[in-house]
Design a protein around this ligand. Structure first.
Ligand code: UD1
Length: 421
């Protein structure tokens, strides 16, 4: 298993290009199952999770070919659904596999998808996905750890009301509703930009959708969808992570292919913490404004609130800020696995329930640490970049799930980072 060796203390300088968004690529690949025509996706990031999703749709009957020999552009074509299943071994490794449920049910009238079970950041149930599909007329049974969903006479439009926003459940509902008979109204929908990207692809395939990006999405079902071509949006979490890499090392990064407004509430919080973020033509420059980071409280919220996927990285930043910061996680239970690892690097953090009080220290010190989930892992990378001496990060396969060429991108802007087998 690969490890990362990082020797901290180098201010990062240079240009980083943000990749296509993992959290858009995964649902968009699932959405290509909705049509028997070819769909081309551009700006597809090279990530382990994307490979897993491609493997899953290939088992279902999709041919996936790289256009022009480069990995970024993929042509997906599913003339027929040969299987209607997402097996346990795939769903367990990547929860987003449950996103094939809506498309399989809508196009093929049935689907069998493993229940994901627990994951490192809490129980993460899929009850909202299932209730939404039931509203559209699916009959759902739980058999031997699998969700078995059927809609022998097709799905029918309905009003779906979510008691709390869920990104995945909104996506599954949307993908099911586009081929349902009649009108669907999703109330309490998640508003994340990745949902807007999904709706853009579906609309270019011929779906009729209004309101994506707001909490009410209206869909008028169509009988069939066509082929399309779509460029995947930039990864806002990756962009925010590199902005913090500039901040924590006291360097200056030009972050390309990432509109600043995609950062949502994180933008203001980073500025409050002492970063300067200056918009450029296709991205922004991030640097520490006057040399000092200030402790700032954050609370994770659904978009446009502060993203839970940036919480661990922000906590790393706060570890070296002046004063204290309260970091509150409201989206996922158990999303503080990075805390004990950051403390191994010398951070001062006290956790009370869903809040972590971070008291900034002058300097972190390198140590061996263990990556536990995707965002926790990258927070350790940020801390290591700022720490004195060498940090060894083990179990970095989590990073490969969600950060394209992280070590290469960081090395190119001056980080002393080495990947060793
Ligand atoms: C997506 C993102 C993930 C991000 C999260 C929140 C992808 C592939 N993953 O995950 O990176 O951290 O949004 O921004 O896009 N919930 C239920 N029942 C359900 C579904 C969700 O109770 O059926 C709860 C979850 O446990 C959690 C909250 O709702 O507390 C939000 O989860 P959700 O928005 O669904 O996250 P994901 O779509 O899994």
């Amino acid at each position: 298993m690969d490890r990362l060796l990082i020797t901290g203390g180098v201010p990062l300088e240079g240009t980083v290009t943000v990749s296509g968004a993992k959290n858009a690529a995964l649902p968009l690949i699932a959405a290509t199952l909705l049509t028997d025509r070819p769909v081309e996706l551009d700006n597809v990031p090279e990530l382990a999770d994307v490979t897993s999703m491609l493997r899953l749709v290939q088992r279902i009957g999709t041919s996936a070919t790289y256009v022009g020999g480069a990995p970024g552009r993929v042509r997906l074509h599913t003339p027929e659904l040969l299987a209607r299943e997402a097996p346990y071994d795939l769903v367990r490794k990547m929860r987003a596999s449950v996103l094939v449920l809506g498309p399989l049910l809508a196009r093929g009238g049935e689907a069998r998808v493993s229940l994901p079970g627990g994951c490192a950041i809490g129980p993460r149930p899929i009850d909202l996905h299932l209730k939404a599909l039931e509203r559209l007329g699916a009959v759902i049974d739980l058999v031997d750890g699998y969700v078995e969903a059927r809609a022998p006479k097709g799905l029918a439009g309905a009003e779906i009301e979510f008691p709390q926003p869920s990104v995945g459940a909104t996506e599954n509902a949307l993908m099911a509703a586009v081929l349902a008979r009649g009108a669907t109204r999703i109330v309490g929908a998640a508003r994340e930009p990745e949902i807007v990207d999904l709706a853009l692809l579906l609309r270019s395939m011929g779906a009729r959708i209004v309101g994506a990006g707001t909490s009410v999405i209206e869909i008028e079902g169509v009988a069939r969808l066509e082929g399309a071509s779509h460029t995947i949006m930039p990864d806002r979490i990756e962009a925010g992570t590199y902005a913090m890499a500039a901040g924590i090392t006291g360097g200056t990064l030009l972050i390309r292919n990432a509109p600043l407004e995609l950062l949502g509430a994180a933008r203001e919080k980073l500025v409050e913490a002492g970063l300067e973020l200056v918009e450029t033509q296709d991205g922004f420059v991030a640097r520490r404004a006057d040399g000092v980071l200030e402790g700032v409280d954050v609370m994770t919220r659904p978009y446009p609130g502060f993203a839970t996927d940036l919480q661990a990285q922000f906590m790393a930043l706060m570890c070296v800020a002046r004063g204290a910061a309260m970091v509150t996680e409201t989206i996922f239970e158990n999303r503080f696995m990075h805390v004990p690892e950051l403390m191994r690097l010398g951070a001062r953090i006290t956790v009370h329930g869903g809040s972590a009080l971070v008291r900034g220290v002058e300097r972190l010190k390198g140590a061996p640490v263990m990556a536990t989930d995707l965002r926790a892992s990258v927070s350790l990378v940020l801390a290591a970049l700022a720490a004195e001496g060498r940090t060894e990060i083990n179990r970095i396969y989590h990073l490969d799930r969600g950060y394209e060429h992280l070590d290469k991108k960081l090395a190119a802007v001056g980080a002393r980072i080495e990947r060793v087998p």
